[in-house]
Design a protein around this ligand. Structure first.
Ligand code: GLU
Length: 260
């Protein structure tokens, strides 16, 4: 039941993204974003530069089913990817002109700061610490941290309190890792959430913990192996990361999200 609920939330989010990308123009195929023909932007703005270049580099996850998962040809698919296509389309950039760069949780700020990506759309929680070094548009979705356990929940874990003093896998540089440490949990750090599944399978950890929609995607990808506890204990507002103090670009992305 709980897993079904989490899954339906993510499925709804994904369906909404596809719908909002595809429905504004009745001539466009249902799953294709609208690509503006000759959008105009203030000279010198980031929007003008990207539109002129005809390409945008977007950082996203490559190992998170439902939000950002690399397909057979290496191109990622999912809700965050659809949001990226929506923004690119408003800049006049077609999906095939987007350069997708894999970002993991801990390199999102450094990649933005170094200009390796123009924006990051990667299940990226907006918070004050991150706002010291990058800016955020959004939020465009609000997730909550939850717990993934082996099917049948052999340890009987029902809340984060049950994890205190136990070893749980999460990802370096994520809010999930920080929240667990604050709750007295021993964290086995990984580079990406998909890397946490093997330690859960072989009993090195009792659980994996991060945002419910990420866990729902991993559970769905590995049917019958895992279940989501379904007791979220944080609020994770997802934002689009961009260079610090580029207020013009942030406000424009906010307008695009609002319009959608
Ligand atoms: N939303 C959380 C974060 O931004 C956890 C998910 C992730 O690591 O991407 O840290």
């Amino acid at each position: 039941m709980r897993l079904k609920k989490s899954l339906s939330i993510a499925a709804l989010a994904f369906a909404t993204a596809v719908a909002l990308v595809g429905c504004a123009d009745s001539d466009a195929p249902a799953d294709e974003p609208i690509v503006e023909e000759s959008p105009e932007f203030a000279e010198g703005s980031t929007m003008a530069k990207l539109a002129e270049a005809g390409t945008i580099t977007i950082g996203t996850k490559f190992d998170q089913p439902l939000f950002g998962l690399a397909g057979p040809d290496g191109t990622p698919e999912g809700f965050d990817v659809e949001v990226g296509k929506l923004i690119a389309g408003k800049l006049g950039i077609a999906p095939e002109k987007i350069t997708w760069t894999e970002t993991v949780s801990k390199n999102r700020e450094p990649f933005i700061q170094a200009g390796e990506v123009d924006i990051v759309i990667a299940t990226y929680t907006i918070n004050d610490a991150r706002k010291e070094v990058v800016s955020f548009a959004g939020p465009y979705y609000v997730a909550g941290q939850d717990i993934l356990v082996a099917a049948g929940n052999p340890e009987g874990i029902t809340s984060v309190e049950d994890l205190a003093g136990k070893t749980v896998c999460s990802v370096s540089g994520s809010t999930s890792e920080k929240n667990l440490i604050e709750a007295g949990v021993n964290v086995l750090p990984a580079a990406g959430y998909s890397e946490c599944l093997e330690p859960l399978r072989n009993g090195a950890v009792v659980a994996v913990s991060t945002d419910n929609v990420i866990l729902a995607g991993l559970a769905a990808q590995n049917e019958g192996e895992f279940e989501v506890v379904g007791n979220p204990f944080t609020s994770e507002p997802y934002g689009i990361g961009l260079a610090l103090e580029d207020d013009e670009f942030r406000n424009w992305i906010n307008d695009v999200l609002e319009e959608a």
